[in-house]
Design a protein around this ligand. Structure first.
Ligand code: SF4
Length: 282
């Protein structure tokens, strides 16, 4: 049985960078506290916990002598200031793609322009971005909400990094009807999620079974499962190698593997090795 990995899988650039920054901090002997879970993967969080990494939910929980980590989603300037005041050290692991959105919003607000951000207002990334332009920004889910906005002044339209392009373009178009000024549209969507889906879709056409490694509650992993199932009925979402049932692989010649953006490489390696072992037994 041949085990084939999708062309793009696992940690995205921002998550990998955040985990590396935590590792570096641990190597320096820091007591690391992340504001919110660093990534949505129980196995990786457990591994980090064995190195003393703990999660806090509020800046007030940080103690002097501890290192506070801002995760890839970023935070508001106020939260960052609170962390800097309380912690001995702050590691800012905000993904550079998110930092770009924060900077664009902040610059437009400083010019007294409105900012329309397309995204989920409750998502941590959006809460952080809004904090950079609280008097000027509107975070909206889709074009149907544009009608509720006031008249806009030289608006800037940007997006949450993980939304769909179609949704973003519809909002950008609708915003034109809300202003007499020029609309500045900057597409800030990150391609990581789409790249993983495209690679999984391509591989799903040539394999007999497909394993998607990721958290059962992770929306990007569940979406990968749906994409793979379109072409490969024997597609399974698993969190660990113990969930592989050798019976499912009987008669399978080619098995595909991909992983959600929060799945660490060490976990992917374990699963690939288990599949290879089953392949030689079957
Ligand atoms: S999905 Fe994109 S924007 Fe989000 S952390 Fe990963 S690389 Fe950064």
């Amino acid at each position: 049985m041949e085990v084939l990995l999708a062309d793009e899988y696992g940690f995205c650039f921002g998550v990998e960078r955040a985990v590396e920054m935590v590792e570096e901090s641990l190597e320096e002997g820091d007591t690391v506290r992340t504001l919110g879970p660093l990534i949505h993967n129980d196995q990786e969080m457990s591994r980090l916990a064995t190195h003393g990494v703990a999660t806090i939910s509020e800046p007030v929980q940080i103690q002097r002598g501890e290192t506070a980590v801002i995760r890839a989603h970023g935070v508001t300037p106020q939260v960052e200031a609170e962390l800097r005041e309380k912690a001995s050290k702050v590691v800012d692991a905000t993904c550079p793609f998110v930092t770009k959105v924060q900077k664009l919003a902040s610059r437009a607000a400083a010019q007294d322009r409105h900012v329309v951000v397309v995204g989920n207002p409750e998502h941590p990334e959006m809460i952080g971005v809004f904090g950079y332009a609280p008097e000027h920004a509107f975070v909206i889910n889709d074009a149907s909400e544009v009608a509720n906005l006031p008249k806009l002044k030289s608006p800037l339209v940007v997006s949450q990094t993980t939304i769909k392009l179609k949704n973003f373009l519809e909002v950008a178009e609708a915003v034109k009807g809300k202003t007499d000024d020029e609309v500045q549209v900057v597409n800030t969507i990150c391609s990581a999620t789409r790249d993983r889906q495209d690679a999984a879709r391509a591989l799903s056409t040539v394999v007999d079974a497909f394993y998607i490694i990721g958290g059962r509650h992770s929306s990007n992993s569940r979406k990968l499962l749906a994409v793979c199932k379109e072409e490969c009925e024997k597609s399974f979402l698993i969190e660990t190698e113990d969930e592989i049932n050798a019976e499912d692989l009987r008669g399978v010649e080619k098995v595909g593997v991909t992983a959600g953006a929060s799945t660490p490489n060490w976990l992917i390696d374990k699963i690939v090795n288990r599949l290879k072992a089953i392949g030689t037994e079957n």
